[in-house]
Design a protein around this ligand. Structure first.
Ligand code: 0RA
Length: 646
């Protein structure tokens, strides 16, 4: 090949690379989901995933993640280091290819397939394209190599800057504020919960997280080390730490079935909820899929067989359904799939058919052994299943009552609901308001065209501690179901919430801005999380934020949402100002409530999201469960206004 041609080819390729970078910058959401806080944090996960892959390939055991003072992020590992030699096809350093070629990933290394990988699996080049500045340092072959980039383009060719005995890769990036316009500030807890999850999912790897933005009293940086020798077994103990186990130990297994690495761990607790968490290549598959079906199948077949043989079901007058085997069950399924097919609305549902039987077999083997070796536990589990079946029959009756009412419109709507006149659900909002009196104020203050009010009396039922039929018999909960117009499928495999008839696309929880109010908000959220998760997942649930203070001077008055804001306003007004602390919604008149909390032009609604399903599950079980100390600790740590949009 003549030099002429090589050059031409190189420049053609680099133009293509440029187009790739421009495309990522033009349509960032296509690559990382969104450009809000979620996308911002996703950048870190994408870089860490590369190091996890290196660890899974057996070449590295430590990953350090640092939030630097300026909110840039450093990820370092002690792996082989990204190769720096000239990539034959591209004519530049392999490091540069990995960093600047969109879609290049680590694919040129054919010996190891990439198993981990962010939700979008887009590679570190996307992170680079969306960063103001990125610096890659590689310790390899006795040398320290370096290259820097701006907005995805290299600033200089890869160069050797020193010598070293170390091996590894260090990437530091500063997200581009012109892309992440909402915020470029990293949340420690968000990163910590993902790093913890990764440590449990990939046992043996040490992951540290350090926050250099502030120090504690001793002058040390905040930070944690995540490391698990027992993997999912420990993950289950962590998740269920606030629940009471009814069996001796966590049941777990790890192995390969039909060439698919499968890991499963499970435990039964005394609660009534089912908590299944599933992962494919370290990605949380919120929508489940074939691996979860395999888990359910394995569990049901094995337990059913055991129960039948035990004779415990002989005198039973009602049938046992799949659900009954999963009440009080907490389980994690984690598989590694070479070419995962993701389906579903959020592309988090595994579609690969072959995975079902692999997981089902693994679970059957694991459970058969456990039941054989722990006859007392086996009996406890079967008894629990029988009780669940019994309760399900009672619950079905109660639920059918609710749904009969829901389906018949007209007389069906709850008497306490003040509905809006608009009928297009997309334009409609419903406020769930604590107490009849605040409900009255909200009713006067609202825009009745599109805002409906449903007052809830007192504390709503703590669904975390109640059996299903009690939940469906509860007056306030029945009102929420009928007002929203949603129903729950009764078929075995379509327990999903039916949102087609949802009457309001914004469901706003409006409670007092105090400890009681946030407790009530948490109770309502717990109900949504356990019984209407899809409502949250589809972005329909919001929390209203009423102001804490009214700051007045003469005719001038304004509101404050924090102590800091109150002090600033008081200073701005100067002289003697009158400050009123709103203890509850009831202290505001209708106009004030509209101005500050309900008027779409001025209010702030906090959208409730589930960033991390297992973490949310753990927090709800803690907040609403029996153990008091962890709850107190959480509330103290998160102050009066617990950050419930976990
Ligand atoms: C491909 C090949 C080799 C290393 C890596 C990728 C690698 C990538 C990343 C990303 C973050 N940390 C990493 N560490 C390693 C090396 C192949 C060889 O040395 O033979």
């Amino acid at each position: 090949m003549s030099e002429e041609v090589t050059k031409k080819q190189y420049s053609a390729d680099s133009i293509q690379a440029l187009e790739g970078i421009e495309h990522v910058r033009m349509r960032p959401s296509m690559y990382i989901g969104d450009v809000g806080p979620r996308g911002l944090h996703h950048l870190v996960y994408e870089v860490v995933d590369n190091s996890i892959d290196e660890a899974l390939a057996g070449h590295c055991d430590t990953i350090r993640v640092t939030i630097n003072e300026d909110n840039s992020i450093t990820v370092e590992d002690n792996g082989r280091g990204i190769p720096v030699d000239i990539h034959k096809k591209e004519g530049v350093s392999a490091l540069e290819v990995v960093m600047t070629k969109i879609g290049a990933g680590g694919k040129f290394d054919k010996d190891s397939y990439k198993v981990s990988g962010g939700l979008h699996g887009v590679g570190v080049s996307c992170v680079n394209a969306l960063s103001d500045h990125l610096k890659a340092t590689v310790y390899r072959d006795g040398k320290i190599w370096e290259q820097e980039y701006e907005r995805g383009k290299s600033v200089y060719p890869v160069k050797a800057v020193g010598e070293t005995d170390l091996r590894g890769t260090v990437v530091t990036f500063q997200p581009d504020a012109s892309i992440f316009q909402q915020t470029t500030e990293y949340n420690y807890d968000t990163l910590a919960s993902r790093m913890r999850e990764l440590a449990y999912l990939n046992k043996g790897i040490k992951i540290t997280l350090t926050d250099k933005r502030h120090t504690n009293e001793k002058g040390e940086f905040e930070g944690e080390e995540f490391h698990s020798e027992e993997g999912l077994k420990e993950f289950i103990r962590f998740l269920d730490g606030n629940r009471e186990s009814i069996i001796a130990d966590v049941v777990s297994m790890e192995g390969e079935k039909n060439g698919i690495p499968v890991e499963v761990a499970m435990v039964y607790n005394s609660s009534f909820s089912e908590n299944l968490h599933s992962y494919v290549n370290n990605i949380n598959t919120h929508e489940g899929g074939t691996h979860l079906s395999g888990f359910r199948r394995g569990l049901t077949t094995t337990l059913k067989k055991y129960a039948d043989n035990s004779g415990m079901l002989d005198k039973l007058k009602f049938d046992i359904a799949g659900d009954d085997f999963r009440e009080g069950l907490t389980a994690i399924v984690s598989v590694k799939v070479a070419e995962p097919q993701f389906e579903g609305q959020t592309k988090t549902k595994l579609g690969n058919r072959e995975v079902t039987s692999a997981v089902s077999q693994a679970v059957s083997e694991m459970l058969e052994n456990y039941l054989e070796e722990h006859p007392n536990d086996a009996k406890t589990i079967v008894q629990k299943v029988i009780m669940a079946a019994q309760a399900r029959h009672a619950a079905r009756k109660a639920r059918e009552m609710v749904q009969r009412k829901t389906v018949m419109s007209g007389g069906g709507l709850p008497g306490k609901l003040s509905d809006c006149s608009e009928t297009d659900p997309e334009k409609c909002e419903i406020f769930l308001v604590e107490g009849d009196s605040a409900g009255g104020t909200a009713k006067q203050g609202r825009d009745r065209n599109f805002q409906a009010i449903l007052p809830l009396r007192g504390k709503i039922l703590n669904v975390e501690k109640a059996m299903h039929h009690k939940v469906f018999e509860n007056e306030e909960i029945k009102n929420i179901f009928t007002a929203l117009g949603v129903t729950i499928g009764t078929e075995e495999d379509s327990k999903a919430l039916n949102l087609e008839k949802l009457r309001y696309h914004k469901v706003v929880i409006m409670c007092d801005a105090d400890v009681d109010g946030s407790h009530i908000a948490t109770l309502i959220l717990t109900f949504f999380f356990r019984y209407m998760k899809e409502l949250i997942e589809n972005g329909h649930v919001y929390i209203a934020t009423p102001p804490l203070y009214l700051v007045k001077k003469g005719a001038k008055k304004t509101y404050a949402w924090s102590d800091k804001e109150r002090d600033r306003l008081a200073q701005e007004f100067g002289g003697s100002v009158n400050i009123q602390r709103y203890k509850g919604l009831g202290e505001m008149n209708a106009e004030q409530l509209w101005d500050t909390t309900m008027n779409p032009e001025f209010r702030t609604l906090r959208q409730v999201t589930i960033d991390n399903g297992s973490e949310a599950d753990r927090i709800f079980s803690m907040l609403m469960g029996d153990e008091v100390p962890p709850r107190r600790e959480f509330i103290e740590k998160n102050a009066a206004y617990a950050n419930i949009d976990a």
